[in-house]
Design a binder for this molecule. Structure first.
Ligand SMILES: Cc1cc2nc3c(=O)[nH]c(=O)nc-3n(C[C@H](O)[C@H](O)[C@H](O)COP(=O)(O)OP(=O)(O)OC[C@H]3O[C@@H](n4cnc5c(N)ncnc54)[C@H](O)[C@@H]3O)c2cc1C
Length: 393
């Protein structure tokens, strides 16, 4: 078999890039196998928010807090050598138009504060102090100074370049067609359209396609694509200072409903464009436009920032978030296929959670105790794969 690596990472999105970087800087030999070009998957569509604000206390918030520190640390490591990843410490603002909504927001913020998140409850004047152009209709909000943003494509490219400098190989246009197992059932590499590659560990970082890859080794996971559209406006003078979103976004993120759901998320970029989201639909890999989603997103944004009514849309794009049914990512070794390590299923938070995921994957592969309890992210926690495994046994 060609090459004998400690680690073969499947997928060069932000999660694969973070895994490759974290493993390579520990001295492991790494190959990244990507069937397309750089950031061909969800990473190329992500808005790049690194949020703690949208996560209730629990395992995902633990990952987000770890990642929050790591993003700042990694930015300092990458700065100057691999281009600007546009890390902005701009903070996030959640607002609501109703008194009942405000009660819910404040209760969530209190619980988050107990878990270590910095929260600043705001009355309507406080909200306008943060966002002068916001609608007068807000009942209040909560500001989260730890929320940040990166440019996902630049961040992934920088991490891969840094991994290369630590000895990693990155093979683009190389599709992994199957995981290879030895007679004892251990995963010992992958088959690709360019031939087999031997590796001590294989990291499944194939995003929304991760379920297909795991299935080739009897280690299926029910990760599915959840489509999202983003509207991009023409560049405008500074109008939206932070990431601003309506409280119903929290409900949409937590829902597993297959039908179209939209909530209002608005933010500026260093280039002056304004990004408007967020829609969610479970429609497999359907790439057709959805005018309803676009209409609802535009209406919501104008309602929150009335001045946007006079701003033109420049483009609309979509991507497929890797959705896991219980809204937690899938991270860690797979007991059904020793040697296989999962790193996917982050849905709408993969950019934010990538550094912690990479770090945990590197710790698992290096044989260290992971610094976050991996049980909530166990690949074997879903009912369907358990049954597959029993049937196969
Ligand atoms: C509209 C939208 C907005 C978003 N906004 C945010 C945000 O603000 N903040 C945030 O944290 N997250 C956001 N997300 C989610 C985020 O983009 C994803 O969680 C993240 O990009 C997932 O990264 P990944 O590396 O797991 O997957 P991907 O980026 O999809 O990468 C997987 C890669 O694997 C490759 N691959 C698949 N199968 C194979 C194979 N068999 N062989 C070789 N290669 C293979 C694919 O080509 C792909 O490049 C958003 C997503 C969308 C769609």
């Amino acid at each position: 078999m060609a090459g004998n690596f400690d680690v073969a990472v499947v997928g060069a999105g932000i999660v694969g890039a973070a895994c490759a970087y974290a493993c390579a800087r520990r001295g492991l030999t790494v190959v990244v196998l990507e069937r397309a070009g750089l950031v061909a998957g969800a990473t190329g569509s992500g808005e790049g928010n690194l949020l703690v604000s949208d996560k209730p206390p629990g395992p995902e918030l633990d990952l987000a807090l770890l990642s929050n520190g790591l993003w700042q640390h990694w930015e300092a490591e990458l700065a100057g050598r691999y281009g600007d990843i546009e890390l902005e410490r701009k903070g996030g603002l959640i607002v609501t138009e109703t008194a009942a909504g405000l009660v819910g927001l404040r209760a969530t913020a209190t619980a988050q504060a107990e878990a270590g998140v910095v929260v600043e409850p705001l009355d309507p004047a406080g909200v306008r102090g943060h966002e002068p152009a916001i609608t007068r209709q807000v009942a209040g909000g909560v500001f989260y100074p730890q929320d940040m943003q990166v440019m996902p494509a630049r961040a992934a490219a920088a991490l891969l370049a840094a991994a290369r400098d630590h000895g990693a190989e990155v093979r683009l246009r190389t599709e992994v067609t199957a995981l290879l197992r030895n007679a004892a059932g251990r995963v010992v590499g992958v088959d690709t359209d360019a031939g087999p590659v031997a590796a001590g560990h294989v990291v499944n970082a194939a995003g929304a396609w991760a379920g297909r890859l795991g299935g080739s080794a009897g280690a299926a996971v029910p990760v599915a694509p959840r489509r999202g559209f983003v509207l991009v406006t023409e560049p405008v003078p500074p109008l939206v200072r932070h990431k601003v979103y309506s409280a119903d976004y929290l409900d949409n993120v937590a829902s597993g409903d297959a039908a179209l759901q939209t909530s209002t998320v608005v933010e500026g970029t260093p280039a002056g464009t304004i990004l408007i989201g967020a829609s969610r639909e479970l429609v497999d890999f359907d790439r057709r436009p959805n005018p309803d989603a676009v209409r609802q997103l535009a209406r919501g944004a104008v309602r929150l920032f009335p001045a946007l009514a006079r701003v033109r849309l420049m483009r609309v794009y979509h991507g497929f978030r890797p959705f896991s049914p219980d809204h937690l990512p899938v991270i860690g070794p797979d007991p059904r296929a020793p040697g296989l390590v999962h790193a996917h299923g982050h849905e709408g938070a993969g950019i934010g959670l990538a550094p912690a995921t990479g770090r945990l994957v590197a710790q698992v592969i290096a044989g260290d105790a992971p610094e976050v309890d991996l049980r909530p992210f166990d690949p074997f926690r879903f009912p369907a794969p358990r049954e597959d495994a029993r049937a196969a046994a």
